[in-house]
Design a protein around this ligand. Structure first.
Ligand code: AMP
Ligand code: GLY
Length: 421
């Protein structure tokens, strides 16, 4: 099958890698892809979605998979569908579950799906008044997309008021902050769950844990994610059932009632508080680096799952997962997440070791190819993935692989999966 993948991260690289490992042969296109996806297929440079859809039609692309939220929120799925193309991802309307925190919170409230107590408002007085009533810490969120930076956990009431004022005035996030959500802080442990949905049915993938802070022991600034592992032993059958019954099923039914059936990846950010799953947020795409560790755990066809989901036929297939564990460790550039770093050549040692060759691989993200050499040129540069029959084995293997990768300024956490060990 000819498949087009939108995006340029490690997430898209890992989807491509899983597809190329299938029994059937496939031809891949990336828009825009990165310096390493060019070795897996053809990188394109067609920014206009209408033109891209024309290209897909002309080239016989049978399936398009959208990685990041940007194109989804911009309506790429609607445009491709209007050209009669098969594309996996939510419509512009359904993507509002991620594109607007106000929409998401109001949706959760309307359908009685558990979430933190909140107010959504553009009035500074109302926001202040609600914040006053909460005990600290207080969570303040900008309504729109802010590249993962739009959530402030304020330690004092004054800090919360500053965050509210700066958002509502447009100072911190421009128009994305003209409305805010103020909510209670939930104290528990966090999970990432992913449901691949076709509007009616869904496949729930093994639960993962991300590591959002830059430094070991969850210190330092928030990032897009510095590492992940799955499945996590922190979720038992009962918790999966609660997530299915209280969150995913009512979300799919609710979105249908809203006239925006949800097709695509529903990424549920969950806080488990006293054994109960509470919805922190929805994203409408795979997490990164969660995708990099979930793809290698799938033993049935990944492209078929996406194809069936995009054609409302998920009920026809059985998706299977390996019994193993996967751990992914992100290697980031020197100045991540503050600013971009000078491109640095990436050297991967050529040491032969059976464990490393069989049970580890690299998913490339922020890299460019110059004269046949790979350079680190983005914030999160790559993810070293280890597979094992225990989390510890998978983690040790991932770190063995990290030890073989070198570039100036490389940065990584040394405690990925600590909550499970
Ligand atoms: P979000 O972009 O909504 O996922 O928020 C980013 C991060 O902020 C989450 O992954 C949580 O770690 C944290 N967070 C968001 N909302 C809350 C909350 N109500 N209570 C505690 N932590 C939160
Ligand atoms: N790793 C979290 C995210 O992709 O948003």
């Amino acid at each position: 099958m000819k498949i087009l993948i939108l995006g340029n991260g490690g997430r898209e690289y890992s989807i491509a890698r899983a597809i190329l490992n299938e029994k059937e042969s496939h031809e891949l296109f990336f828009m825009p892809g990165n310096g390493a996806t060019s070795s897996l297929g053809t990188n394109l440079n067609i920014k206009d979605y209408g033109e891209l859809a024309e290209f897909a039609k002309k080239s016989g692309v049978e399936l398009t998979i959208v990685g990041p939220e940007g194109p989804l929120v911009d309506g790429v799925v609607d445009i491709f569908k209007s050209h009669g193309l098969t594309i996996f991802g939510p419509s512009k309307e359904a993507a509002r579950l991620e594109g607007s925190k106000v929409y998401m919170k109001n949706f959760l409230a309307k359908y009685n799906i558990p979430t933190a107590r909140y107010i959504e408002t553009s009035s500074i007085e109302d926001a202040f008044r609600f914040a006053e009533k909460l005990s600290t810490p207080i969570v303040v969120k900008a309504d729109g997309l802010c590249g993962g930076k739009g959530v402030i956990i304020a330690q004092t009431h004054d800090e919360a008021k500053i965050a509210i004022s700066e958002m509502l005035s447009g100072k911190s996030f421009g128009d994305a902050g003209r409305k805010v959500v103020v909510e209670e802080f939930l104290d528990g442990y966090e999970l990432s769950m992913f449901a691949v949905c076709d509007g009616d049915d869904y496949i729930l993938l093994p639960a993962a844990q991300d590591h959002k802070r830059l430094l070991d022991n969850d210190q330092g600034p928030n990032t897009g994610g510095m590492g992940a592992y799955a499945p996590t032993p922190l979720v038992d059958y009962e918790l999966y059932q609660k997530v299915r019954e209280r969150i995913i099923r009512p979300t799919l039914d609710g979105m249908k009632k809203e006239g925006a059936p949800f097709e695509g990846v529903l990424f549920i950010g969950i806080m488990v508080v006293n054994g109960e799953p509470i919805t922190l947020e929805f994203n409408v795409r795979f997490g990164d680096p969660e995708c990099e560790i979930l793809m290698p755990l799938m033993t049935s066809s990944v492209s078929d799952m996406f194809y069936k989901a995009a054609t409302n036929r998920l009920g026809e297939i059985k998706v299977e997962f390996s019994k193993e564990f996967a751990v992914g460790v992100v290697m980031a550039s020197a100045d991540y997440p503050y600013k971009s770093s000078t491109p640095a050549e990436i050297i991967v040692d050529n040491v032969h070791h059976e464990d490393i060759e069989k049970y580890t691989h690299i998913s490339y993200a922020g890299v460019s190819m110059i004269d046949g050499k790979l350079y680190a040129d983005g914030g999160r540069v790559l993810v070293c993935v280890g597979i094992g029959s225990t989390i510890k084995e998978a983690r040790d293997r991932a770190y063995m692989r990290c030890g073989q990768v070198h570039f100036a300024g490389k940065k990584l956490r040394t405690d990925i999966a600590y909550q499970a060990l």
